[in-house]
Design a protein around this ligand. Structure first.
Ligand code: FPP
Length: 606
């Protein structure tokens, strides 16, 4: 207790009942012997009690979910979470852990969606679900763990620490969280099996010729060892995310690196235990973990003090300070309802028949002419953009109808910040409204955003992220909306990322080729643009996807974008299909609409 006194002073907690509640949380996570307690010590004292309360809640609901028979567990679990909801409304609790959690939620004015998602995911697992595939396993692991991370991120945000949300690192963040879950699962193998729970994805068991019963029976040591080795290797790979840590504020990077180093140590122990994991949890070597944690505490102390200072609790209702996006923005589950077919064009027009092999795979569009369209009609320019939004919806439906795989639309460039504030506000308002959602959500469209987060209002950013997340499992048209996008910035950032990798010794400059460069772009999986179409009578590409569009066929049409509909897209595609593409080769030697040269094939002809 004496050691915690300075912590409670820093967190401005002096009421004995509250201290009692937080001490119960601290003891619960310390007793559990996991990594939560030592890693909480890497955080600033003012935040530590709140973290104890959040972590202890995780432990308590896990314990409740593991106690007694399944139906009894569900009743106990519901009683705990319902009591928490009531306590939160009352602002106090008789239960010490809930009292601390209620105090944390109210002091830092935290949103409850992270906790609710974690409660829901844990409850759904009480009956002992099996995960057929890695994907199913990861969905569950993310639902529980990302929810707790999101709660932590919300706490940091409330303390004024903005965690920049960059989409290109989100997959890395998910993998890192998955790595920690695999380690937890491996360490808890014996305990879970004793509860009748098999956390290893069935596809991994099958790959090693095992069944769940083999694990419970504790036989088949050799394949079990092989499977554990495979899982540990996978976790080790997912743990290594140096680019992700570079994105974090310095003090958090210290914490994340320490958690990663401890993770590697845990993996060593897991591998050494091998099939013994079926019978008990491996212990973390004290000395080796101290060797990681002691210097990390020193570094974290200096970093929190001088590089990443945090503020006192700040109300989310304080609208003067924008509420930053956190991982909580990712919580809504992906849309699983069957998408509805595209709406037909009012004229009844149908897409031209075009053999699939002649269709462009990726069409990128500069939607130009909105301003002139509006000015010609005596309307403010923003009305041109609004009308342009309607054209955009129609073109998306036309792309679905003709079976296009990738459509990229240039909605807002980094140069557009030079326009008058009311026009900028008008353009951003279109993203804020349901314009994009309406074009995307009900249909088989996977939405992606290309652009820079810097300068974009938080709610716009959060909207784009949510839409990406909600549609991430769709397999039809991939619609990339460029918002705050600049091609040169994209290339510059890729070059900077490569330079960092080279300086860190992760890449040999002699091995940098086109494929490696492309892997450092913000959307490395976006295919090359086959057709770049600009409306409005101008003939420029205006900094749109310079890397991807290097070999694009160009198509210019005079129609101003608000007068465009899907039939113009089909015309552009038909014109493309009629052209021969040779990518610098002699025409006879290349089939029309063949692919571009392999990325490393040397300089193209022109
Ligand atoms: C260029 O026309 C067009 C833009 C800068 C914006 C394009 C945006 C839309 C079509 C709306 C997108 C909708 C959503 C929901 C994001 P311009 O303004 O430069 O026209 P001008 O050349 O005639 O002046």
């Amino acid at each position: 207790m004496r050691r915690s006194r300075s912590v409670y002073r820093a967190a401005a907690i002096d009421e004995p009942r509250l201290v009692e509640g937080y001490e119960a949380c601290r003891r619960a996570i310390r007793r559990a012997g996991g990594t939560e307690y030592p890693t909480a010590r890497l955080m600033p004292p003012a935040l530590r009690p709140a973290l104890w309360a959040i972590y202890a809640t995780g432990r308590v609901i896990d314990d409740v979910a593991d106690t007694g028979d399944p139906s009894g567990r569900e009743a106990l679990f519901d009683a705990w979470t319902t009591a928490f909801d009531e306590d939160l409304r009352r602002g106090d609790s008789e239960d010490p852990v809930r009292r601390a959690l209620v105090h944390t939620m109210l002091t830092w004015d935290l949103p409850t969606d992270g906790l609710s998602a974690a409660f829901a995911a844990t409850r759904a697992d009480i009956a002992g679900r099996t995960h057929p595939t890695w994907k199913a396993w990861s969905t569950y692991s993310q639902a529980v763990n990302t929810s707790f991370f999101a709660q932590g991120a919300a706490l940091l945000a409330a303390a004024g620490l903005y965690l920049p949300l960059r989409l290109r690192y989100l997959d890395a963040a998910r993998q890192w969280v998955d790595a920690l879950s695999v380690i937890d699962n491996l360490e808890d193998l014996a305990e879970d099996l004793a509860q009748g729970r098999v956390t290893v994805p069935v596809e991994v068991l099958t790959d090693h010729g095992l069944t769940a019963a083999d694990l419970t029976g504790g036989t088949h040591d050799a394949p079990v060892e092989a499977m554990i080795g495979h899982l540990a290797a996978q976790a080790r790979l997912w743990l290594a995310q140096p680019d992700l840590f570079r994105e974090l504020p310095p003090a958090l990077a210290v914490v994340a690196r320490a958690v990663t180093d401890i993770g590697r140590l845990r993996l060593e122990r897991v591998e050494r235990a091998g099939a013994q994991l079926l019978h008990g949890k491996p212990r973390l070597p004290r000395l080796a973990s101290r060797r990681i944690l002691l210097p990390a505490r020193l570094k974290a102390h200096v970093a929190w003090r001088f590089l990443t200072p945090i503020g006192p609790a700040r109300s989310r209702r304080d609208t003067a300070t924008p509420h930053p996006p956190t991982l909580a923005a990712l919580l809504p589950a992906p849309r699983t309802e069957l998408p509805t077919p595209p709406r037909p064009h009012p004229s009844g027009a149908r897409p031209p028949s075009c053999p699939t092999r002649r269709l462009p795979r990726h069409v990128a569009v500069v939607m130009d002419g909105n301003g002139r369209w509006a000015t010609d009609r005596g309307l403010p320019r923003t009305e041109g953009h609004r009308a342009g939004g309607e054209s955009m919806r129609d073109v998306v439906h036309g792309a679905l109808e003709i079976g296009l795989r990738y459509l990229t639309l240039y909605a807002f460039s980094t140069e557009n910040w030079r326009r008058r504030p009311e026009e900028i506000d008008g353009l951003l308002a279109l993203v804020r409204e349901d314009m994009v959602d309406a074009a995307v959500l009900d249909h088989d469209v996977r939405f992606r955003w290309a652009g820079s987060a810097e300068g974009l209002p938080q709610d716009v950013l959060e909207r784009l992220v949510r839409l990406e997340h909600a549609t991430r499992d769709r397999t039809g048209l991939t619609l990339t909306l460029c918002v705050n996008y600049g091609g040169r910035i994209e290339l510059t950032q890729a070059a900077a990322s490569l330079a960092r990798a080279a300086v860190a010794g992760r890449i040999d400059p002699a091995h940098i080729c086109e494929r490696v460069f492309a892997a450092h772009l913000a959307l490395p999986d976006l295919p090359d643009v086959d057709l770049l179409w600009r409306t409005g009578g101008e003939q420029r590409t205006s900094n749109l996807l310079p890397w991807h569009a290097a070999y694009a066929e160009l198509h210019f049409s005079d129609t101003r974008w608000p007068d465009v509909d899907r039939r113009d897209l089909w015309r552009a595609i038909t014109a493309y299909a009629d052209r021969g593409r040779n990518f610098g080769a002699v025409p006879d030697s290349a089939a029309p609409a063949a692919g571009p040269p392999a990325h490393d094939a040397g300089a193209p002809g022109h």
